[in-house]
Design a protein around this ligand. Structure first.
Ligand SMILES: Nc1ncnc2c1ncn2[C@@H]1O[C@H](COP(=O)(O)OP(=O)(O)OP(=O)(O)O)[C@@H](O)[C@H]1O
Length: 518
């Protein structure tokens, strides 16, 4: 008897068939991966199973009994739990208060805290029930989401890209937990674009392409390459990084201390960063270490005194985002859902939001509608975004496709500096390789590209120089040949030698820039 079986499940949206005749079964004690490129229909399938979206047609069987799942509450009552990719916790509440909100009945907070402690000890997911969520790192928040789900004693656990913001060590710990839950008889549906994770963790995989099931496999018998081929139908090019011959200093940021505007943010300390046109600077770090504050400083959301940021000889620290964008300092924020795009606007309108001045989308205060549409169309075509066209609402795109559009919108503005946070978050392997190559190519045309990412493999693939941000401080900068994944991984915990800060590549880099901007 399958724990869950779906038969010919179909979801038709006005503009697209997101799932077409999808059939799949997942058994008790099995971790079942759902694979597919961006827009293949994975999230839609999970949303139908969790009662968020109603199927257009098709059947769902829970332990051989046909059911209709009308709401997440009904799904939870059946024993289905879901951990969404984006957290759904209240920052101003404690872990226990957040958890109490999702549990049925009226348990006292001390009882909820006791249950949290029990589950966290049982599965090695350390969390203090009395801590406020705003105080927790992203990895800890992920643990709270998982504990909250486990407290409901799910018999089917759905996880939609749960590791996208976890460090490798945290992923290891999560996998131990998931294997334990599986061995206790839970069925797990697991979505991820990280194919090596699927290989190590999952017992079975179903592959979706264009909303249809195109194959099944046992991941342990495959390679990441063969699974990628099943997903996208062909091989994809691995990025190449030609030597950078023409790197020249372009942007210098110096900031002794900067308190965050956000009460729960991170203070930046002793930032002294020299960034060169013609190459990619990778900034590694566990999320929540000051990346957002650094991006706001570079992008102009946080203004400082004018001499603290020098761009191509001009002091611009006091300028806001629009003036910086007009100069060619473009920015891809980490949060594609709210900061980077507005879901209720069309893609064309979203393009206008950041590209108006740089691409000339207005004239004497009037919108140039056809030019706006044309630019949005260019972003869609060049970055292979699966969307109906410039008039599609941003919220109708799958997560990865919206990410591709946002990256395209910034890259096609011929930026002189591009700040790119988590460029491939939620993007499939083929598209991720494409974006990485575009970042490298952009830098080789003279742009100073800054990539902030938690994925060290990604940073080592694209960067010419690399450093770490931890606790609001920036480590020395190394050329990629001078360092290793191990060293950068250690530095991510803030463990670099502060005395070596003024030595090596970073110092040379800084001197060169000081000289150029003086
Ligand atoms: N509310 C909606 N209205 C219109 N179209 C939608 C809606 N939600 C999803 N779609 C479309 O359905 C298709 C499948 O989207 P879905 O989010 O399921 O893909 P996915 O495989 O999860 O992609 P990703 O890996 O990027 O998250 C996409 O073409 C998407 O644009």
């Amino acid at each position: 008897m399958a724990r869950l079986r779906v038969e010919s499940l179909t979801k038709v949206y006005p503009s697209v068939i997101a799932n077409e005749d999808v059939s799949l079964r997942v058994d008790a004690g099995e971790i079942h991966a759902v694979l597919g490129e961006n827009g293949a229909g994975k999230s839609t399938l999970m949303k139908m199973i969790y009662g968020v979206t109603t199927p257009t047609r098709g059947k769902i069987f829970w332990e051989d009994e046909e059911i209709q799942i009308a709401s997440p509450a009904q799904a939870r009552a059946l024993g289905i739990g879901m951990v969404f990719q984006h957290f759904s916790l209240f920052e101003t509440l404690t872990v226990a208060q957040n958890t109490a909100l999702s549990l049925p009945g009226h348990l006292s907070l001390s009882e909820v805290s006791r249950q949290i402690t029990d589950v966290s000890e049982r599965y090695g997911l350390a969390v203090n029930p009395d801590r406020y969520v705003h105080d927790l790192s992203v990895g800890e928040r992920q643990r709270v989401e998982i504990i909250r789900c486990l407290l409901q004693k799910p018999r089917l656990l759905i996880m939609d890209e749960p590791t996208s913001v976890l460090t490798p060590a945290a992923v290891e710990r999560l996998f131990v937990t998931l294997r334990q839950i599986r061995d206790e008889g839970c069925a797990i549906l697991y979505i991820s674009h990280k194919l090596d994770e699927i290989m190590t963790l999952c017992d079975h995989a179903t592959v979706l392409r264009g909303g249809k099931v195109t194959g099944e496999c046992i991941p342990a018998n495959e390679t990441p390459q063969s699974m990628a081929r099943m997903m996208i139908g062909h091989d994809f090019d691995v990025p190449t990084r030609p030597k950078s011959f023409d790197a020249r200093p372009l942007l210098h940021v110096r900031c002794d201390r900067l308190e965050p505007a956000d009460p729960y943010g991170v203070s930046l300390k002793g930032v002294d960063l020299a960034i060169k046109g013609g190459q990619v600077l990778g900034i590694a770090g566990i999320s929540g270490s000051g990346q957002e504050e650094l991006c706001r400083l570079l992008g102009g959301e946080t203004a400082v005194s004018q001499e603290q940021i020098v761009f191509d000889g001009e002091k611009i620290g006091h300028l806001g985002p629009r003036a910086r964008r007009a100069r060619g300092i473009c920015y891809v924020p980490e949060d594609r859902q709210s900061t980077a795009a507005l879901g209720t606007l069309t893609l064309a309108e979203n393009a206008l939001l950041t590209a108006a001045d740089r691409v000339g989308l207005t004239e004497s205060g009037m919108l140039k509608r056809s030019r706006i549409r044309e630019f949005a169309k260019q972003c869609i075509e060049k970055f292979r975004v699966k969307a109906q066209g410039p008039e599609a609402l941003a919220q109708s795109l799958s997560g990865g496709n919206l990410q591709k559009f946002i990256v395209g919108r910034e890259m096609l503005q011929s930026p002189r500096v591009l700040i790119c946070a988590q460029p491939t978050w939620g993007v499939d392997v083929g598209a991720a390789a494409f974006i990485r190559q575009q970042l490298i190519d952009l830098s080789r045309g003279g742009c100073a590209v800054i990539v902030l990412s938690e994925e060290l493999d990604e940073l080592f693939e694209v960067s010419d120089e690399i450093c770490v941000i931890a606790g609001g401080e920036i480590s020395p900068v190394r050329t990629v040949g001078q360092t290793s994944v191990e060293e950068i991984g250690t530095w991510m915990s803030g463990l670099w030698d502060r005395d070596s800060r003024d030595s090596g590549g970073s110092d040379r880099n800084r001197e060169e820039v000081n000289h150029a901007v003086a």
